[in-house]
Design a protein around this ligand. Sequence first.
Ligand code: AMP
Ligand code: FE
Ligand code: FE
Ligand code: ZN
Length: 281
Amino acid sequence: MIDLHTHSNFSDGSETPESIIETAKKIGLSAIALTDHDTFDGLERAATKAEELGVPLIPGCEVSSLYNQNTSVHVLCYFVSDSKSPLGLYLATLRQDRISRNERLVTRLNELGADISLDEVEKEAGGGLIGRPHFAQVLVNRKIAGSLENAFNVWLGNKGKAYIPKERTELRELVSAVKLSGGVTSLAHPLSGSFSFDQLEQNLIPLRELGIVGIECHYGKYSPGTRLKLAALAEQYGFIPTGGSDFHGKYKPELSIGTGEGDLAIADGVLEKLIAAKPEL
Ligand code: AMP
Ligand code: FE
Ligand code: FE
Ligand code: ZN
């Protein structure tokens, strides 16, 4: 069993890279990917612990992107960890954009009566990259929101009153940077963004032509039935059916490493297929 989608406190998870590897060891995973948003910064510490415990680590990251200029998608990128690679340089520009977004988000929240400061959010993020879950936690801490879910529904989610989207660039650019860096991409939680099942199907041929090799069919939050339907679709269109928990620690307490909500089990063979799909450099 493997897990190809986890977040540490280097982005918007609450647990350290070491603790994620320790859990992977404890539950007997045969490999785990760390896929923090927009950064490779947790990978070195994860790799040190992974080597010590003998847990195979797949370096990864997750990036938001735009497909056809208007459809927001998340992409999991695997096998790249060099910050000087085309993907590494690309991530650096995304982190820069986040800094200005965070400032605008605080201003917007303040204007709307949610009196929080960037300092508090930075403290919540503990020195890692800042994402909306950190803002959500601060809103909860300050009793401005009743729960993380409520913070997203009322304030931060894409229908929330303080929503500020991230800068995104075209998917083509991202996929190309990953390929030039020797990595592969999989479309993350394909039904949790802009696509319905039918829309996803309609776009699989162009997505494959862009160079995406995987679809995250076995996603922690999807029902077993949905996972099977997605896996059949992936097979039909020639994608690797990847999977992962999307573990975020306390920010998504219902999701566990490896097992998601308890019923996830991703076969080792998926990783072998991803390795076989790596581009020649
Ligand atoms: P950001 O990258 O700063 O835009 O934050 C995106 C992260 O926010 C996602 O990876 C999720 O972890 C979290 N998120 C987005 N929407 C929701 C939601 N409705 N409820 C809970 N968490 C969410
Ligand atoms: Fe996240
Ligand atoms: Fe995501
Ligand atoms: Zn994720």
